[in-house]
Write a protein that binds this ligand. Structure first.
Ligand code: EPZ
Length: 418
């Protein structure tokens, strides 16, 4: 199935359960390389990116067993440190094996992660940290070669609070000799979740979730069982879809605290968002008002929800200004939304959205997973039929989005192109 066909106009209603977080399970899978004992990961979402990361681990020599929503990984048999070139090019997150391989084996070799539709995606901050910890870094034939006799603690200042760099350096530091401080660290919940997993393995990480993380290296780490946090990006996608369709949806398996920026913006737009423990109840029964959105590192408004939110702003009353401060060009959804009648003007990293009363269905193409989610949301509220291609991008980060939306009353079907 590489096309989604959506007939707009249905209000979403009912209950949806959010899966485990893609951006937590990927670093957690990498962290299993830090020990020669067995790790069990729970709450594993069924996503293409998870299958890719499992393939990377298996390629390195790990044994991986899958049982419904859990994975059992044994990295005791890891024989080499060369991550498969094509997989690292294909999925940037596979670069997260660099830190653990370097920490455990003193070697890591992998392709330069490719850029993608949302920007060049450099790794200079990762390499700056590895170098500070005593690693030697070289580039041969498109492969990054990292070597270190033994990693030592260091103080690393991140010029940008990079999520991946914070996670990679935290993992490397967990087995280094001495104490590492990561300053201007990313504060995302997925960073905290990784720190909790490392500590459950016998690690000594403190300060995760703040701008300074302290990691005291230990001799070795043991196996663990770890359940990843719920996916705040998936949750927010459903909140926005419920709001824009004038729906009434209860989300289960969420951590409301991780969604404060999104909930605040939706309330500002006139959406009812009620929190109750691990539930969030969203009702979009009022006219929605334009709001300005500026993406920022956590706890600011998440860049991953900028595109889905723009589909809602496209049909709000008034004019909204969206500013994308995290990635260079994360507006690939704009031209596609304009095919559906949205009125959007982009200047550099800002987009001015003049709300229209109605979007109309069209054939549109997803260039990345969150842009794909935005186009599906637009299709839910457009008149007529919308066909979204590039579904493989969506499947990287959403476990069967179409069936979850159908269960909420959406008229959406997956189709194979002729
Ligand atoms: C993580 O990507 C997420 N992916 C992304 O989610 C998310 O959008 C991003 O963090 C920001 O929150 C995973 O966790 C697997 P960054 P990551 O390093 O770690 C620059 C999704 O849709 N930068 O925080 O790659 C970089 O160019 C995905 O689920 C450097 O300059 O993001 C970007 O402009 C998309 N040098 C900014 O920092 C570096 O060495 C943020 O990147 C590293 C990053």
């Amino acid at each position: 199935m590489d096309k989604l066909v959506i007939r707009g106009g249905n209000r979403l209603h009912g209950v949806v359960t959010v899966d485990g977080a893609k951006n937590a399970i990927l670093p957690a899978l990498s962290a299993t390389l830090l020990t020669d004992q067995t790790c069990v990961l729970r709450g594993v979402p069924k996503l293409q990116d998870v299958y890719t990361m499992v393939e990377v681990l298996a390629n390195l020599g790990c044994s991986v067993r899958s049982d419904n929503c859990s994975l059992t990984i044994d990295a005791g048999a890891v024989k080499h440190y060369q991550a498969p070139y094509e997989l690292v090019r294909q999925m940037r997150a596979s670069f997260l094996v660099a830190g653990p391989l370097l920490a455990r084996f003193g070697r890591a070799s992998m392709a330069l992660p490719g850029g993608c539709a949302i920007g060049p995606r450099p790794i200079d901050l990762h390499l700056k940290g590895f170098f500070a910890m005593g690693a030697r870094v070289s580039l041969d034939n498109g492969r990054i070669e990292l070597t270190a006799n033994s990693l030592r603690g260091a103080t690393v200042y991140l010029d940008f609070p990079s999520v991946g760099a914070t996670e990679n350096l935290m993992m490397a530091a967990s087995l280094a000799k001495g104490i590492t401080y990561i300053e201007n660290a990313a504060e995302e919940p997925e960073v905290v979740d990784l720190a909790n997993m490392i500590n459950s393995m016998g690690g000594r990480v403190s300060g995760a979730g703040t701008k300074t993380i302290r990691i005291e290296g230990v001799e070795s780490l043991k196996g663990t069982t770890h359940e990843v946090i719920p996916d705040r990006a998936e949750a927010a996608t459903f909140m926005i879809a419920a709001a824009v369709t004038g729906g009434d949806v209860v989300l289960k398996n969420v951590i409301p605290d991780h969604l404060k920026a999104v909930s605040a913006k939706l309330r500002e737009a006139g959406v009812s968002v009620e929190e109750d423990g691990s539930l969030i109840h969203v009702r979009g029964d009022k006219i929605l008002k334009a709001v300005d959105v500026k993406t920022m590192p956590y706890p600011g408004f998440p860049t991953d929800l900028q595109a889905p939110m723009m589909s809602l702003l496209a049909v709000c009353e008034g004019t909204s200004l969206v500013t994308e401060t995290v990635f260079e060009n994360r507006f690939s959804h704009v031209d596609e939304l304009k095919r559906m009648g949205a009125s959007i003007k982009v200047e550099d990293r800002s987009a001015l959205i003049k709300g229209v009363t109605q979007l109309t269905g069209a054939a549109v193409k997803a260039a990345d997973l969150r842009a794909g989610a935005a186009l599906v949301i637009a299709g839910l509220v457009a008149s007529g039929v919308t066909q979204v291609t590039g579904v493989h991008h969506i499947n990287r980060g959403y476990g069967d989005l179409a069936s979850k939306l159908r269960a909420l009353g959406a008229d959406i079907q997956g189709e194979a192109s002729p």
